[in-house]
Design a protein around this ligand. Structure first.
Ligand code: SAM
Length: 234
């Protein structure tokens, strides 16, 4: 998978990509993440990426010219890559936006099967509508609240997708038993010591009986889902 992230703040995005599972996935060659500085696609000496909104009102809007130039340059690279790919296809240009489709596990599963994703992080009031109308194929929100920029949403989406790629997690079973993957929440998890400050791990987990452990986990997942997120059972 290749993920291109377009941002006015490349340093904000770079740090989290250099740690833990995302870093390991890149080192193993399972994902190729490229961060693009929007200012590199300007042609004035001040490297202007934003301007006042037509019609007035507060805030600035990201200009169409650098976004068009950047997205078109990346898509041209994709096209070259696709020529040498046997599979090709499976591409999306996603704008992270609070008014987009809300990210959930089924959407993460779908997007994790794409070959190339371009993630556009907005700022201020957002990006010029003509970019959205012409170049964006999908708009994704990470929840019903407003952040100041699309960088953290782009990282949230990137993390959610990468952990689903085959070979990224040491134990593939682990992602499949996580919350939301089959509509239920995860069961409680314990590790050593078996007793800590007077609290013991449930006996069944120490029994070595895999059928009983499985049944206990399924019952706990259902109980927890009923208690915390009954809406998921509907
Ligand atoms: N004017 C926009 C609105 O009311 O929908 C909000 C713009 S927000 C202050 C600036 C940028 O942050 C957006 O362009 C978007 O890229 C990003 N952003 C903020 N909240 C987000 C969310 N919940 N999900 C995805 N992106 C978000």
């Amino acid at each position: 998978m290749r993920i291109d992230i377009v941002t006015a703040l490349p340093d904000l995005v770079a740090g989290p990509l250099e740690h833990s599972i995302i870093q390991r996935a890149q080192r193993k060659g399972l994902v190729d993440i490229r961060v693009h500085d929007l200012r590199h696609f300007t042609d004035d000496k001040h490297r202007t990426i934003d301007d006042y909104p037509f019609g007035g009102g507060g805030g600035m809007v990201l200009k169409p010219e650098p976004l068009f130039a950047c997205i078109e340059a990346i898509r041209a690279e994709w096209a070259e890559q696709a020529d040498s790919d046997e599979l090709g296809g499976g591409e999306e240009v996603i704008y992270l936006s609070p008014d987009g489709e809300v990210l959930d596990q089924p959407l993460a599963n779908v997007l994790s099967m794409r070959k190339r994703l371009l993630l556009v992080a907005g700022h201020y009031k957002g990006i010029d509508q003509r970019v959205r109308d012409t170049l964006i194929t999908r708009e994704v929100s990470i929840g019903d609240y407003v952040l100041s920029g699309g960088e953290i949403p782009a990282l949230v989406l990137t993390d959610a997708l990468i952990r689903l790629l085959p070979g990224v997690l040491g134990d593939a079973q682990s992602a499949l038993s996580d919350s939301f993957q089959d509509g239920l929440l995860d069961a409680p998890n314990y590790t050593r010591p078996a007793e800590f400050r007077g609290q013991a791990v449930p006996d069944v987990l120490l029994s070595g009986d895999h059928d009983r452990i499985h049944a206990w986990r399924e019952a706990e997942r259902l109980r927890r889902t009923r208690e915390r997120r009954p809406d998921l059972l509907d």
